[in-house]
Design a binder for this molecule. Structure first.
Ligand code: PLP
Length: 370
């Protein structure tokens, strides 16, 4: 009789499994307390109340206040809200060459943006950034907190400070960072921040935008007066509750999660070395724990992904949104990775529920394939 092998999911940067606690917290608002939170009758009281509670929990997790949190449908919507809103106000945008497409595409379509190059580790070059801000009277600087393909964490506090010195606003796409690294928007000087629940064990199709009190921003979705008149659309109460529960859970065990992920990373890297597998690792020393971009010389990343898939292991070649494109990703191009190495690149991204034996299996599977 053939043995059924456990599936190993190592693509948590693409999406992460829903936490059981979040799932259970969502259930009452899917089945029983399904009232529209905007209605004035008694049946809507509970959804309205949990909406307020979820807003407070999320605000607290990032050092904001409740009235600064606006629920959206995903990270893509939050990013589009910021970028399209900036262009509509006539602001010039300075962003990096390694942003997610939900920043880069609206920039390309809506107006004129300056793309800042990055180092071989994926860190934004300060000099280019400063010069770009100097060349334009005022605008919006938008630099991602952490890169989705190589995990590099950008020097957010410094970049925000430079923006403010020049009278610019500072936005960060923190989709890969929220719930994975400590964030305090006030201490870091962030004016706007995008986030998405499915990257921190919350449900898919829900996110939020942090907008510092006092900043006026045109709405992206217009219609009803939900979200204090800033974002129209009936609130997705079950998902919002799930998002707040998952975020709180991750923040409560943040240091433990980071330690566990660093431990798994070490096992992977040492395992590859011990097995004499040649590889180079992309990204900076300061990266999101568990996000590991590896390039294997003379290998084909696409083929590696499919071979691992056949062995029951899910990894990625670049960002999830890029998986249909076979050409080298814009991130690997921006860090000037040798083209042959870029083609042999995979991203392994562990989550808090990955275990040591799974990492050993990934190493032995890679050894077999390579
Ligand atoms: N920004 C980054 C850095 C991401 O990694 C992603 C998703 O992969 C997004 C934005 C888009 O988020 P969502 O899938 O919630 O639209």
């Amino acid at each position: 009789m053939s043995q059924v092998r456990k599936h190993i999911y190592a693509d948590n940067a693409a999406t992460s499994p829903l936490s059981r606690k979040a799932y259970e917290a969502m259930l009452p608002y899917l089945m029983n307390d399904y009232g529209n939170a905007s209605q004035p009758y008694v049946f809507a009281r509970k959804p309205k109340k949990v909406l307020q509670e979820a807003r407070a929990v999320i605000a607290d997790c990032i050092g904001a206040t409740s009235e600064e949190i606006f629920f959206t449908s995903c990270g893509t919507e939050s990013n589009n809200w910021v970028i399209q809103g900036a262009f509509r106000q006539g602001k010039h945008i300075v962003t990096s060459a390694i942003e997610h497409h939900s920043i880069l595409r609206p920039c390309a379509v809506c107006g004129d943006a300056t793309l800042i190059p990055v180092s071989k580790d994926g860190v934004v070059f300060y000099d280019y950034y400063r010069a770009a801000l100097d060349n334009n009277a005022s605008g919006l600087a938008s630099i991602m907190f952490a890169n989705n393909e190589i995990g590099t964490v950008e020097p957010i506090a410094e970049l925000a400070e430079i923006a403010h010195q020049k009278g610019w606003l500072f936005h960060t796409d923190a989709v890969q960072a929220v719930g994975h690294t400590p964030i305090n928007v006030k201490e870091l000087g962030i004016d706007l921040l995008s986030s998405s629940a499915h990257k921190f064990n919350g449900p898919k199709g829900i996110g939020f935008l942090y907008k510092k009190k006092g900043i006026e921003w045109p709405s992206l979705l217009m219609g009803g007066s939900q979200e204090f008149g800033n974002r129209a659309g009936t609130e997705n109460v079950p998902s919002i509750v799930g998002m707040a529960t998952a975020l709180q859970e991750n923040i409560d065990s943040l240091q433990m999660n980071i330690k566990h992920l660093q431990y798994l990373e070490d096992i992977l890297i040492n395992g590859l070395k011990d097995n004499n597998i040649s590889f180079c690792r992309n990204g900076a020393a300061n990266h999101i724990a568990g996000n590991i971009s590896l390039s294997f010389p003379a290998a084909d990343g696409e083929a590696l992904l499919h071979r691992l898939d056949l062995m029951g292991i899910s990894v990625s070649t670049g960002s999830a949104c890029d998986s249909k494109e076979t050409q080298v990703s814009h991130v690997l191009k921006a860090i000037h990775l040798d083209e042959q190495l870029a083609k042999g690149t995979i991203r392994i991204s562990f989550g808090r529920w990955n275990m040591e034996d799974e990492v050993h299996l990934i190493v032995s599977s890679l050894k077999k394939i390579l």
